[in-house]
Structures are given as C-alpha cells and as structure tokens.
Design a protein around this ligand. Sequence first.
Ligand code: ADP
Ligand code: MG
Length: 397
Amino acid sequence: MNIHEYQAKELLRAAGAPVADGRVVLRAEDAKTAAGQIDGPVWVVKAQIHAGGRGKGSFKESDAGEKGGVRITKSVEEAEMEARRMLGRTLVTKQTGAPGKQVNRVYIEDGADIARELYLALLVDRQTSRVAFVCSQEGGMDIEEVAHATPDRILTLTIDPATGYQPFHGRRIAYALGLEGAQVKQCVALMGKLFDLFLSKDMEMLEINPLIVTKAGNLHCLDAKMGFDNNALYRHADIAALADETEVDPKELAAQKFDLNYIALDGDIGCMVNGAGLAMATMDIIKLYGAEPANFLDVGGGASKEKVTEAFKIITSDPNVKGILVNIFGGIMRCDIIAEGIIAAVKEVGLNVPLVVRLEGTNVELGKQIIRDSGLNVIPADDLSDAAEKIVKAVRG
Ligand code: ADP
Ligand code: MG
C-alpha cells in the first residue's frame, strides 16, 4: 500500500526526522488559510498523487509554459491561486503513464533554501533478503537517469539483521553523500530514525528524494514516498487508515473486498484462473498467441459461487476487455462451482464479448453440462494452448 507525501511526512515528523511545516488542502477555498499558517516567505504547492516525477510532470490541457505538479510561490495569494489551478485536474508524470492521475489534494509547504539535493532510499533487497540503504549525491528529479547512465554513483549498503543499524552505517552513508562536520552527526541520527521507522511500520520502500542540505547546513527531508507490506497491514491500523481509495484502481478495490488476487493490466484478454502459478502460465500463453492479458486473477482454491460471480463481474467491468478466458484446473476448486458462478454473473451483467472456458479436474463433466444447459454462447476448449488460441482468434478474428 502506498500513501501520500504529506502523510509520509507526518510519520517522519512523529519519528523526529526533519521535515518542513506544511498543510494538506482538499478544497481551493481553504488554501489561503492553510498557507497563512505557514511562515513563508516562500510557499511550495505540491500535487498529492501516488506517483513520483511530479515536478517534471505536466497537467492535461495545460497552457503553454504552465508548470508541473510542484510550484514555488511568493505569497499566500499566489499559493491559493496555484492550489486552485491544480485541484481536480489530471497530472501526467513518468510514473503515472499516459492516463495520469487526478489531483484531489495539494500540500502547501514552507519553501526550503536548498544548497544540495541528495538521494536516499531504504528498501528490502531481494537478492540479500535484507534491508538496504541506497544513496547518491545526485539526488533530485533525475535519479532514474543517474541509475541508468552512472550506476557507480549510487551506493547500496545492506544491514545485517543480527546487528541492525549501527552508527558506522550512518557514517558510511554520510561520507558517500559528501557530508561534513555537524552534518555527519545529523546523518547518523537521521538514518537510525529512518531505519527504525522502516522496520516498525513494515515498510517495503521509503524514498527521500531529495534529501537536502539547506543553505544553513542542515539535513532536511524534502520529499517522501512510502510503501507498506500489505500482508502486514493487519497490525498497523494507523497505516491502513491512511489508504486513499481514489488512488486505487476501482477493479482492484472491488477485488480486495472479495479477497480476490486481482491485478489490472493493459491488455484486452480478461482471464479468470485458479492458482497463481496457473494464472501466470495463462498470461504467458496468451502472449505466446500474440495477445495481451487484461489482468491477473487468481480466484483461489476454495472460492464460492459468489466469489466467482464477483470475479467475473470485475473482469467484464473493464472496458478494455475484448474477450474472456476462463482456465480452471479443479483440484480443491470444483468445476461445477465455477460454472455456476459464471452463469450467475452473466445473468446479472450480460456478456458482450467472446468467452472461452477450459475446465479440467474435479466435477469437470458436471461443470461442462451446467454450461451447455445454460444456453450461454461459450466456446469450450480442451487444454491451455487450445483455449489461448481460441480466445485470441475470437478477439482478433
Ligand atoms: P517529485 O519527486 O514528485 O518531482 P519533489 O517533492 O521531489 O517531487 O519536488 C521536486 C523538486 O521541487 C525538488 O527536487 C526540489 O527541487 C523542489 N522542491 C520540492 N519541495 C520543495 C520545498 N518545500 N522547497 C523548495 N523546493 C522544493
Ligand atoms: Mg522527489
């Protein structure tokens, strides 16, 4: 689960990390009052969306020369004007992809005097199975370019769970970041706080880009991105409460409610499969036959008829879906339950695209019979390749 920058900064502030004063604003008419509570003389208005690259992003239907999702202003009136110009519009950044994301909240923050912009992140390094710090002197808006062109300018430091974070880790990061004097001490303390926060909140990722050195010589977290392990959310009610449903794909949201493993993708073949491995194989074979899957969906082993119905409804609600492939190998899952779920869903929402069904395993004959008796226009398939070939043919002609 991801959260907004302003929420991440509240967590940082509570942990004693240095962040600027700021206020979140949902309605333009509140912007002036919010800005008035911040010292100034510079107010930065920042679009809050679950995606980075806002500074270099651009709004849809923007005037020539209009700035992106981070705007520096010199008065509370100007801050209000920029908030008004951003709220409700769609911001497109490298991370949102072409559709962009609607800005429903802006964060008005005290402007910082920046001397240097550095990069810092904590993440779970899959290769070492450890938490790692990643840092670079080349922070700011071009870190992806740095990682690509000059990866040697990025230091990765993994932390042994037996020792945990130690001051020497912080000193190594400080030297790698080119910090001096009192900044080294600040860095050692800050890295310790970030590490503790990362572990205690079961984060998957914590990125401060940029971590800045101010003109006065102090370290400061100027941007903050946090991602949390969904499987650990049950023990962090405070974090779960920060979820912003407007940032989540509505189909994924519906899937969550019914405990379905669903991930929306870009293709046009919707698939319903049981078992994550078979679901992956189904996506692969769709690609092999020249099409792209519209989703990943594992209905799970013990799915009920209701769950299958909901899954089918989620697939058909995707306007990109031009055909549906149901691929079930019934072990624990019974083919007749799948058949009944599909029929119930089609009765409710109709079926306007070709549907290929491949059933195998427990109660397969009964399942096939139920589908035949329903009079539904279903294309039956014998095995996985046959199914993929048929659905791609049905969609592409
Ligand atoms: P993003 O990473 O989404 O582009 P950032 O929060 O990193 O958004 O902001 C982009 C750039 O805007 C920063 O690299 C920094 O130069 C500038 N910036 C952001 N917040 C402030 C602030 N409070 N004061 C001054 N400059 C800022
Ligand atoms: Mg940033």
